[in-house]
Design a protein around this ligand. Structure first.
Ligand code: PGA
Ligand code: ZN
Length: 424
């Protein structure tokens, strides 16, 4: 406890990396001020907290003036005077004031902005860096990044079904080494794409990964990544991974997946994955099946000896994760705080995951700003894994912040996931 009652909470409409409106929330206390920008997904899952938009003429309906009013006129009076370091009390008040499962009343974007700005103000009031405020004296785990070098799905033009074809520098000893190796592979991949597919193939998607024209088969994307890794002399130091985001090419009517020109049944797709992990050094697959298919994901988890990450499947929601655990679906939780709305609920989901032997991968959204609370939270949670795109300022700032934290923790930091999450 500190002498830091919340004095004022304000919000403004700002722009994210897609030039789309989002919120910046500021929380003031006599002992320190906190500010946080709100991220927004494009490939959002069906079970996420409600994203409140004005729906009027401004910004094609995407304005967030109503969410700003929710912060200033409804949330601020409720929270004024509360101790800013009592995060659980603040978040419980937010959940109670909203009163719905998916934050439909206030808006998930309003709620998450306040919850994060309160967290930041708490760190400021106690004089601690955010990662240490969240993780305590023991915070020391720098996360291993999953770099999205080739993008598809909802995040890029073209017909690539898989949303992210990631490279994972599993052999690196530090985030500094991981970032440098990956940058070299990224340049090399750019050279290959430019010479074989034309300069336009080096255009990037929402998370800064390449969007090569004509590379529509996931196997070709992985092949290209392997070639770039080998050309740099890093064979064996990198593994591969994917966010399949399979709900986006699933047709619930016919119960088939539209992949590589075929209407695949679940069994076909499972066979496709078995072949994929036999052929390439894949260690992790995110959302490999439809977001409602707990039984299917459980079956796949049994069959494949790789990490199976639930993003849209769990929506960072303790209840959905509990259902997944009961089914034996997945081995890792993708952790996106705005899917659920408050720091406390998201932390509860992470704790539930860890207690049940699930790994936690902290994640960006495709829409965000250069605000770096994500990097700090990844270290604070001790998650050991992060995905935050590859290029563009709002992604590289996360890496820059991880480099800074790693330097701060010189001599005591460890790098990557604890345990054997990536080699089951
Ligand atoms: P989103 O996509 O942020 O647009 O939802 C990222 C992901 O699916 O992991
Ligand atoms: Zn995803």
């Amino acid at each position: 406890m500190t002498d830091a009652p919340i004095d004022a909470i304000t919000a403004r409409e700002i722009l994210d990396n897609r030039l789309e409106p989002t919120l910046r929330v500021t929380v003031e206390t006599p002992a320190g001020t906190g500010r946080a920008d709100v991220p927004r997904g494009r490939s959002r899952g069906a079970y996420e907290a409600y994203d409140r938009r004005d729906g009027d003429d401004r910004y094609r309906g995407l304005g967030v003036r109503d969410a700003v009013s929710a912060v200033e006129d409804r949330i601020a009076p409720e929270l004024r005077g509360r101790d800013v370091t009592d995060q659980r009390d603040v978040d419980a008040a937010l959940v109670a004031l909203d009163g719905t499962d998916t934050k439909e009343n206030l808006g998930g974007n309003a709620v998450v902005g306040v919850s994060l700005a309160v967290l930041r103000a708490g760190a400021a009031a106690t004089g601690l860096p955010l990662y240490r405020y969240v993780g305590g004296a023991d915070a020391h785990v720098i996360p291993l990044p999953f770099f999205d070098l080739i993008e598809g799905g909802e995040l890029a033009g073209g017909d690539r079904p898989f949303q992210e074809h990631q490279v994972v520098p599993v052999g690196a000893d530090s985030v500094a080494e991981a970032v440098r190796w990956t940058a070299e592979v990224y340049y090399e991949l750019g050279d290959i794409l430019r010479s074989e597919y034309g300069a336009a193939s080096c255009n990037v998607g929402d998370e800064g990964g390449y969007t090569p024209l004509g590379v529509d088969d996931p196997r070709e994307a992985f092949e290209l990544e392997c070639r770039a890794i080998e050309a740099c002399g890093y064979d064996g130091e990198f593994a591969l991974a994917a966010d399949v985001a399979a709900s986006h090419f699933y047709d619930p009517e016919t119960e088939t997946y539209d992949l590589c020109g075929e209407a695949m049944t679940r069994a076909d797709l499972v066979a496709f994955y078995e072949n994929l992990v036999d052929t390439y050094p894949i260690v992790s697959l995110e959302d490999p099946l439809d977001q409602a298919d707990f039984a299917g994901v459980a079956d796949l988890t049994d069959r494949l000896d790789v990490q199976i990450v639930g993003d849209d499947l769990f929506a960072t929601t303790p209840d959905r994760l509990r259902t997944g655990i009961d089914h034996g679906a997945g081995t890792a939780l993708l952790w996106k705080i705005n899917q659920v709305g408050t720091v406390t609920e998201a932390t509860e989901a992470a704790r539930l995951a860890t207690r049940n032997g699930y790994a936690v991968q902290v994640s960006e959204r495709s829409g965000q700003t250069p605000d770096t609370w994500l990097a700090d939270l990844a270290v604070g949670l001790g998650a050991g894994q992060i995905k935050t795109g590859v290029t563009r300022g709002e992604r590289t700032e996360q890496y820059n912040r991880l480099l800074e934290i790693e330097a701060d923790l010189d001599g005591v930091a460890t790098f990557g996931p604890p345990g054997d999450a990536l080699d089951r």
